[in-house]
Design a protein around this ligand. Sequence first.
Ligand code: AMP
Length: 397
Amino acid sequence: MAIKYIDQADFKDKKVIARFDFNVPLSGAPLTIDDTTRIDLAIPTIRKILTGGAKKLVMMSHLGRPKAGKDKRFSLEPVASYLAERLHEEILLTESATDSAIKTMLGLSTNRIILLENLRFHPQEKANDPEFARTLASYADIYVNDAFGTCHRKHASTYGINTYFPQDAYGGMLLAREVTALAKVVERPQMPLVAILGGAKVQDKIKIIEKLLPIVSQLLIGGAMAYPFLKAQGYTVGKSLCDDGDVKLAKGILMDTTARKISLPTDHLVATSIHGDAVSITEKNIPDDMMGLDIGEVTVANYVNLISKAKTVLWNGPMGLFEKPCFAHGSMEIAKAMAHASDAFTLVGGGDSVSAVKRSGKGDLISHISTGGGASLEYIEDGELPGIQALKFGINE
Ligand code: AMP
Protein backbone atom coordinates (compact mmCIF):
# COMPACT_ATOMS: atom_id res chain seq x y z
CA MET A 1 0.00 0.00 0.00
CA ALA A 2 1.29 3.44 -0.88
CA ILE A 3 1.51 6.23 1.61
CA LYS A 4 -1.25 8.87 1.37
CA TYR A 5 0.03 12.42 1.24
CA ILE A 6 -1.85 15.57 2.15
CA ASP A 7 -2.67 16.50 -1.44
CA GLN A 8 -5.20 13.64 -1.22
CA ALA A 9 -6.76 14.91 2.01
CA ASP A 10 -9.92 16.96 2.37
CA PHE A 11 -9.34 19.32 5.28
CA LYS A 12 -12.53 21.37 4.82
CA ASP A 13 -14.06 22.07 8.26
CA LYS A 14 -11.96 19.31 9.83
CA LYS A 15 -9.84 19.34 12.94
CA VAL A 16 -6.31 18.32 12.06
CA ILE A 17 -3.51 17.19 14.36
CA ALA A 18 -0.07 17.39 12.78
CA ARG A 19 3.31 16.15 14.04
CA PHE A 20 6.21 18.37 13.05
CA ASP A 21 9.88 18.39 13.94
CA PHE A 22 10.32 21.73 15.69
CA ASN A 23 13.35 20.42 17.58
CA VAL A 24 15.41 23.59 16.99
CA PRO A 25 18.56 24.77 18.79
CA LEU A 26 17.87 27.48 21.40
CA SER A 27 20.27 29.77 23.25
CA GLY A 28 20.48 33.03 25.19
CA ALA A 29 18.19 34.67 27.71
CA PRO A 30 15.41 34.99 26.85
CA LEU A 31 15.81 31.85 24.76
CA THR A 32 15.90 32.48 21.03
CA ILE A 33 16.07 30.10 18.08
CA ASP A 34 19.57 29.76 16.58
CA ASP A 35 18.48 28.01 13.41
CA THR A 36 14.87 28.09 12.19
CA THR A 37 15.39 25.69 9.26
CA ARG A 38 13.25 22.89 10.71
CA ILE A 39 10.32 25.24 11.34
CA ASP A 40 10.69 26.92 7.94
CA LEU A 41 10.54 23.54 6.24
CA ALA A 42 7.22 22.79 7.97
CA ILE A 43 5.54 25.96 6.69
CA PRO A 44 4.34 24.56 3.31
CA THR A 45 2.46 21.74 5.06
CA ILE A 46 0.98 24.13 7.63
CA ARG A 47 -0.19 26.45 4.86
CA LYS A 48 -1.63 23.59 2.84
CA ILE A 49 -3.72 22.45 5.84
CA LEU A 50 -4.91 25.99 6.55
CA THR A 51 -5.73 26.91 2.96
CA GLY A 52 -7.47 23.56 2.65
CA GLY A 53 -10.09 24.97 5.05
CA ALA A 54 -9.21 23.13 8.27
CA LYS A 55 -11.35 24.27 11.18
CA LYS A 56 -8.51 23.71 13.65
CA LEU A 57 -4.86 22.85 13.33
CA VAL A 58 -3.28 21.28 16.41
CA MET A 59 0.50 21.16 15.98
CA MET A 60 2.79 19.00 18.07
CA SER A 61 6.53 18.40 18.38
CA HIS A 62 9.26 17.50 20.80
CA LEU A 63 12.18 19.78 21.62
CA GLY A 64 15.45 18.61 23.13
CA ARG A 65 15.77 15.90 25.73
CA PRO A 66 13.94 17.16 28.82
CA LYS A 67 13.34 14.99 31.85
CA ALA A 68 9.69 14.28 32.69
CA GLY A 69 7.67 17.31 33.74
CA LYS A 70 7.57 20.86 32.47
CA ASP A 71 10.93 22.58 32.10
CA LYS A 72 11.00 26.15 30.78
CA ARG A 73 14.32 25.55 29.02
CA PHE A 74 12.62 23.12 26.67
CA SER A 75 9.36 25.02 26.17
CA LEU A 76 8.03 25.46 22.65
CA GLU A 77 7.28 29.10 23.47
CA PRO A 78 9.97 30.55 21.13
CA VAL A 79 8.61 28.25 18.38
CA ALA A 80 5.06 29.52 18.96
CA SER A 81 6.22 33.16 18.69
CA TYR A 82 8.22 32.50 15.54
CA LEU A 83 5.35 30.64 13.87
CA ALA A 84 2.87 33.38 14.80
CA GLU A 85 5.15 35.88 13.11
CA ARG A 86 5.62 33.76 9.99
CA LEU A 87 1.97 32.81 9.62
CA HIS A 88 0.48 36.14 10.73
CA GLU A 89 -1.91 34.24 12.96
CA GLU A 90 -2.23 33.91 16.69
CA ILE A 91 -1.04 30.60 18.07
CA LEU A 92 -2.32 29.20 21.34
CA LEU A 93 0.44 27.35 23.19
CA THR A 94 -1.04 24.86 25.64
CA GLU A 95 0.20 24.32 29.19
CA SER A 96 0.86 20.69 28.37
CA ALA A 97 -0.07 18.19 25.67
CA THR A 98 -2.80 16.79 27.93
CA ASP A 99 -4.08 20.06 29.40
CA SER A 100 -7.82 19.92 30.04
CA ALA A 101 -8.13 23.44 28.57
CA ILE A 102 -7.37 22.02 25.12
CA LYS A 103 -10.99 20.86 24.72
CA THR A 104 -12.12 24.46 25.33
CA MET A 105 -9.51 25.81 22.90
CA LEU A 106 -10.80 23.43 20.24
CA GLY A 107 -14.27 24.96 20.64
CA LEU A 108 -13.10 28.57 20.27
CA SER A 109 -14.08 30.25 17.04
CA THR A 110 -11.39 32.92 17.36
CA ASN A 111 -8.20 30.84 17.05
CA ARG A 112 -7.41 28.32 14.41
CA ILE A 113 -3.98 27.18 15.48
CA ILE A 114 -3.01 25.42 18.69
CA LEU A 115 0.51 24.28 19.53
CA LEU A 116 0.79 21.55 22.14
CA GLU A 117 3.61 22.12 24.62
CA ASN A 118 6.70 19.87 24.25
CA LEU A 119 5.55 16.25 23.91
CA ARG A 120 8.61 15.00 25.76
CA PHE A 121 7.46 16.61 29.01
CA HIS A 122 5.40 13.39 29.11
CA PRO A 123 7.42 10.16 29.42
CA GLN A 124 4.44 8.48 27.75
CA GLU A 125 5.52 10.02 24.42
CA LYS A 126 8.75 8.04 24.13
CA ALA A 127 7.10 5.00 25.74
CA ASN A 128 4.52 5.01 22.92
CA ASP A 129 1.82 4.87 25.59
CA PRO A 130 -1.55 3.99 24.01
CA GLU A 131 -3.56 6.19 26.40
CA PHE A 132 -1.35 9.18 25.63
CA ALA A 133 -1.64 8.50 21.89
CA ARG A 134 -5.42 8.25 22.31
CA THR A 135 -5.57 11.59 24.08
CA LEU A 136 -3.59 13.25 21.27
CA ALA A 137 -5.82 11.60 18.68
CA SER A 138 -8.96 12.80 20.48
CA TYR A 139 -8.16 16.38 19.45
CA ALA A 140 -8.73 15.85 15.74
CA ASP A 141 -10.40 14.10 12.78
CA ILE A 142 -7.30 13.87 10.63
CA TYR A 143 -3.66 13.08 11.45
CA VAL A 144 -0.72 14.43 9.48
CA ASN A 145 2.89 13.41 10.01
CA ASP A 146 5.51 15.77 8.60
CA ALA A 147 8.24 14.96 11.12
CA PHE A 148 10.50 12.81 8.95
CA GLY A 149 13.40 13.26 11.39
CA THR A 150 11.54 11.31 14.08
CA CYS A 151 9.89 8.65 11.91
CA HIS A 152 12.53 6.09 12.92
CA ARG A 153 11.18 6.24 16.47
CA LYS A 154 8.15 4.36 17.73
CA HIS A 155 6.77 7.22 19.80
CA ALA A 156 3.15 7.98 20.64
CA SER A 157 2.92 11.00 18.32
CA THR A 158 4.65 9.34 15.37
CA TYR A 159 3.61 5.72 15.77
CA GLY A 160 0.90 4.81 18.30
CA ILE A 161 -1.39 7.64 17.23
CA ASN A 162 -1.89 6.05 13.80
CA THR A 163 -4.13 3.39 15.36
CA TYR A 164 -6.78 6.02 15.84
CA PHE A 165 -6.77 7.26 12.25
CA PRO A 166 -7.16 4.11 10.14
CA GLN A 167 -8.46 6.08 7.14
CA ASP A 168 -7.30 9.59 7.89
CA ALA A 169 -3.53 9.54 8.35
CA TYR A 170 -1.44 11.45 5.81
CA GLY A 171 2.19 12.27 5.16
CA GLY A 172 3.10 15.95 4.95
CA MET A 173 4.98 17.71 2.17
CA LEU A 174 8.39 17.53 3.83
CA LEU A 175 7.92 13.83 4.49
CA ALA A 176 7.04 13.38 0.81
CA ARG A 177 10.20 15.22 -0.28
CA GLU A 178 12.41 13.15 2.02
CA VAL A 179 10.96 9.82 0.92
CA THR A 180 11.16 10.75 -2.76
CA ALA A 181 14.78 11.84 -2.40
CA LEU A 182 15.81 8.67 -0.56
CA ALA A 183 14.07 6.50 -3.14
CA LYS A 184 16.23 8.14 -5.81
CA VAL A 185 19.29 6.83 -3.98
CA VAL A 186 18.17 3.47 -2.69
CA GLU A 187 15.50 2.21 -5.07
CA ARG A 188 16.33 3.55 -8.51
CA PRO A 189 19.69 5.29 -8.45
CA GLN A 190 21.26 6.59 -11.62
CA MET A 191 24.65 4.95 -11.86
CA PRO A 192 27.43 5.45 -10.96
CA LEU A 193 26.26 5.76 -7.35
CA VAL A 194 28.95 7.02 -4.98
CA ALA A 195 28.40 6.98 -1.23
CA ILE A 196 30.66 8.85 1.17
CA LEU A 197 30.61 7.78 4.79
CA GLY A 198 32.48 9.50 7.58
CA GLY A 199 32.07 10.37 11.22
CA ALA A 200 33.23 8.60 14.29
CA LYS A 201 31.87 5.08 14.64
CA VAL A 202 31.84 2.05 12.41
CA GLN A 203 29.49 0.34 14.86
CA ASP A 204 26.70 2.86 14.25
CA LYS A 205 27.07 2.63 10.50
CA ILE A 206 27.87 -1.05 10.02
CA LYS A 207 24.40 -1.90 8.79
CA ILE A 208 24.40 0.92 6.28
CA ILE A 209 27.82 -0.13 4.94
CA GLU A 210 26.51 -3.66 4.41
CA LYS A 211 23.35 -2.35 2.76
CA LEU A 212 25.20 0.09 0.51
CA LEU A 213 28.09 -2.07 -0.66
CA PRO A 214 26.03 -4.27 -3.01
CA ILE A 215 24.30 -1.25 -4.63
CA VAL A 216 27.00 1.42 -4.85
CA SER A 217 29.69 1.82 -7.47
CA GLN A 218 32.12 3.22 -4.90
CA LEU A 219 32.07 3.67 -1.13
CA LEU A 220 34.42 6.41 0.03
CA ILE A 221 35.30 6.25 3.70
CA GLY A 222 36.71 9.15 5.69
CA GLY A 223 36.67 10.59 9.19
CA ALA A 224 37.47 8.47 12.21
CA MET A 225 35.59 5.64 10.51
CA ALA A 226 38.57 5.10 8.23
CA TYR A 227 41.07 4.08 10.94
CA PRO A 228 39.54 0.75 11.96
CA PHE A 229 39.58 -0.19 8.26
CA LEU A 230 43.21 0.88 7.85
CA LYS A 231 44.19 -0.96 11.01
CA ALA A 232 42.32 -4.04 9.79
CA GLN A 233 44.49 -3.88 6.66
CA GLY A 234 47.64 -3.81 8.79
CA TYR A 235 48.46 -0.08 8.72
CA THR A 236 49.36 1.86 11.85
CA VAL A 237 46.86 4.43 13.09
CA GLY A 238 48.81 5.98 16.01
CA LYS A 239 46.55 7.65 18.58
CA SER A 240 43.61 8.01 16.17
CA LEU A 241 40.10 7.15 17.36
CA CYS A 242 40.00 3.44 16.73
CA ASP A 243 38.05 0.94 18.73
CA ASP A 244 39.12 -2.74 18.76
CA GLY A 245 35.50 -3.79 18.25
CA ASP A 246 35.31 -1.56 15.19
CA VAL A 247 38.52 -3.10 13.78
CA LYS A 248 36.86 -6.50 14.08
CA LEU A 249 33.77 -5.24 12.26
CA ALA A 250 35.94 -3.62 9.59
CA LYS A 251 37.84 -6.91 9.07
CA GLY A 252 34.54 -8.68 8.47
CA ILE A 253 33.43 -6.12 5.91
CA LEU A 254 36.79 -6.22 4.12
CA MET A 255 36.54 -10.01 3.67
CA ASP A 256 33.48 -9.69 1.43
CA THR A 257 33.99 -9.45 -2.32
CA THR A 258 32.09 -6.15 -2.41
CA ALA A 259 34.91 -4.61 -0.35
CA ARG A 260 36.76 -3.87 -3.60
CA LYS A 261 34.38 -0.93 -3.93
CA ILE A 262 35.70 0.65 -0.72
CA SER A 263 38.14 3.55 -0.98
CA LEU A 264 40.15 4.49 2.10
CA PRO A 265 42.37 7.51 2.77
CA THR A 266 45.89 7.20 1.41
CA ASP A 267 47.16 10.27 3.25
CA HIS A 268 46.09 12.26 6.30
CA LEU A 269 46.14 15.44 8.30
CA VAL A 270 47.30 14.53 11.79
CA ALA A 271 48.23 16.22 15.09
CA THR A 272 49.64 15.16 18.44
CA SER A 273 46.20 15.82 20.00
CA ILE A 274 42.88 17.32 18.94
CA HIS A 275 44.28 20.68 20.10
CA GLY A 276 47.51 20.37 18.14
CA ASP A 277 48.56 21.93 14.82
CA ALA A 278 47.74 20.08 11.61
CA VAL A 279 50.61 18.13 10.05
CA SER A 280 50.39 16.48 6.63
CA ILE A 281 51.28 12.77 6.38
CA THR A 282 51.74 11.57 2.82
CA GLU A 283 51.33 7.85 3.48
CA LYS A 284 48.71 5.52 4.94
CA ASN A 285 50.59 4.78 8.17
CA ILE A 286 50.11 7.24 11.02
CA PRO A 287 53.03 7.60 13.48
CA ASP A 288 52.53 6.34 17.04
CA ASP A 289 52.47 9.79 18.66
CA MET A 290 49.97 11.26 16.15
CA MET A 291 46.23 11.03 15.56
CA GLY A 292 44.44 11.27 12.22
CA LEU A 293 42.03 14.21 12.19
CA ASP A 294 41.25 14.78 8.50
CA ILE A 295 41.79 13.14 5.13
CA GLY A 296 44.88 14.30 3.22
CA GLU A 297 45.23 16.24 -0.03
CA VAL A 298 45.72 13.21 -2.32
CA THR A 299 42.71 11.47 -0.78
CA VAL A 300 40.63 14.62 -1.25
CA ALA A 301 41.63 14.79 -4.93
CA ASN A 302 40.79 11.11 -5.43
CA TYR A 303 37.39 11.39 -3.73
CA VAL A 304 36.54 14.63 -5.57
CA ASN A 305 37.37 12.94 -8.88
CA LEU A 306 35.10 9.96 -8.13
CA ILE A 307 32.27 12.29 -7.07
CA SER A 308 32.63 14.32 -10.28
CA LYS A 309 31.93 11.17 -12.35
CA ALA A 310 28.91 10.07 -10.33
CA LYS A 311 25.25 10.38 -11.27
CA THR A 312 24.04 9.84 -7.71
CA VAL A 313 25.93 10.86 -4.56
CA LEU A 314 25.04 10.16 -0.94
CA TRP A 315 27.01 11.68 1.94
CA ASN A 316 26.73 11.00 5.65
CA GLY A 317 29.36 11.89 8.23
CA PRO A 318 32.26 14.39 8.15
CA MET A 319 35.71 13.54 6.80
CA GLY A 320 37.45 14.76 9.94
CA LEU A 321 37.21 16.82 13.09
CA PHE A 322 35.55 19.47 10.95
CA GLU A 323 34.42 21.58 13.93
CA LYS A 324 38.03 22.83 13.96
CA PRO A 325 38.82 24.86 10.83
CA CYS A 326 42.29 23.28 10.46
CA PHE A 327 40.64 19.84 10.10
CA ALA A 328 37.63 20.92 8.02
CA HIS A 329 39.32 20.89 4.62
CA GLY A 330 38.29 17.35 3.63
CA SER A 331 34.64 17.91 4.55
CA MET A 332 34.52 21.31 2.80
CA GLU A 333 35.99 19.84 -0.38
CA ILE A 334 33.48 16.96 -0.39
CA ALA A 335 30.67 19.51 0.05
CA LYS A 336 31.99 21.57 -2.85
CA ALA A 337 32.50 18.53 -5.08
CA MET A 338 28.91 17.48 -4.48
CA ALA A 339 27.69 21.00 -5.22
CA HIS A 340 29.65 21.03 -8.50
CA ALA A 341 28.38 17.60 -9.58
CA SER A 342 25.58 19.37 -11.43
CA ASP A 343 24.50 16.31 -13.44
CA ALA A 344 24.17 14.17 -10.35
CA PHE A 345 21.42 13.75 -7.79
CA THR A 346 23.12 14.65 -4.52
CA LEU A 347 21.79 13.87 -1.06
CA VAL A 348 23.33 14.87 2.27
CA GLY A 349 22.05 13.42 5.56
CA GLY A 350 23.26 13.60 9.13
CA GLY A 351 23.58 16.68 11.34
CA ASP A 352 27.34 17.08 10.99
CA SER A 353 27.56 16.66 7.23
CA VAL A 354 24.60 19.02 6.85
CA SER A 355 26.37 21.68 8.91
CA ALA A 356 29.56 21.10 6.88
CA VAL A 357 27.57 21.69 3.68
CA LYS A 358 25.98 24.83 5.13
CA ARG A 359 29.41 26.10 6.19
CA SER A 360 30.76 25.52 2.69
CA GLY A 361 28.11 27.98 1.44
CA LYS A 362 27.07 25.51 -1.25
CA GLY A 363 23.90 24.15 0.34
CA ASP A 364 21.70 25.59 -2.42
CA LEU A 365 23.49 23.45 -5.00
CA ILE A 366 22.78 20.14 -3.25
CA SER A 367 19.72 18.30 -4.62
CA HIS A 368 18.41 17.30 -1.21
CA ILE A 369 19.58 18.04 2.33
CA SER A 370 17.80 15.64 4.64
CA THR A 371 16.31 16.93 7.88
CA GLY A 372 16.74 13.53 9.50
CA GLY A 373 20.24 12.10 9.83
CA GLY A 374 19.28 9.04 11.87
CA ALA A 375 15.99 8.62 10.04
CA SER A 376 17.60 8.75 6.60
CA LEU A 377 20.24 6.19 7.60
CA GLU A 378 17.59 3.85 8.98
CA TYR A 379 15.50 4.30 5.86
CA ILE A 380 18.48 3.28 3.74
CA GLU A 381 19.19 0.32 6.03
CA ASP A 382 15.65 -1.02 6.28
CA GLY A 383 13.90 0.49 3.24
CA GLU A 384 11.19 1.69 5.64
CA LEU A 385 10.65 3.55 8.90
CA PRO A 386 8.17 2.68 11.67
CA GLY A 387 6.48 6.10 11.46
CA ILE A 388 6.01 5.79 7.72
CA GLN A 389 4.87 2.19 7.84
CA ALA A 390 2.30 3.13 10.49
CA LEU A 391 1.02 5.93 8.25
CA LYS A 392 0.43 3.40 5.49
CA PHE A 393 -1.16 0.62 7.48
CA GLY A 394 -2.16 2.05 10.84
CA ILE A 395 -0.99 -0.28 13.63
CA ASN A 396 -2.57 -2.86 15.82
CA GLU A 397 -0.57 -3.31 18.99
P1 AMP B 1 29.09 10.76 13.50
O1 AMP B 1 28.05 11.23 14.50
O2 AMP B 1 29.44 9.34 13.61
O3 AMP B 1 28.75 11.21 12.09
O4 AMP B 1 30.42 11.55 13.91
C1 AMP B 1 30.58 12.93 13.79
C2 AMP B 1 31.72 13.39 14.62
O5 AMP B 1 32.88 12.68 14.25
C3 AMP B 1 32.05 14.86 14.46
O6 AMP B 1 31.92 15.51 15.69
C4 AMP B 1 33.50 14.86 13.99
O7 AMP B 1 34.28 15.88 14.56
C5 AMP B 1 33.99 13.52 14.46
N1 AMP B 1 35.15 13.07 13.69
C6 AMP B 1 35.22 12.85 12.39
N2 AMP B 1 36.47 12.46 12.04
C7 AMP B 1 37.19 12.45 13.17
C8 AMP B 1 38.54 12.14 13.47
N3 AMP B 1 39.40 11.78 12.51
N4 AMP B 1 38.95 12.21 14.76
C9 AMP B 1 38.09 12.57 15.72
N5 AMP B 1 36.79 12.89 15.50
C10 AMP B 1 36.36 12.84 14.24
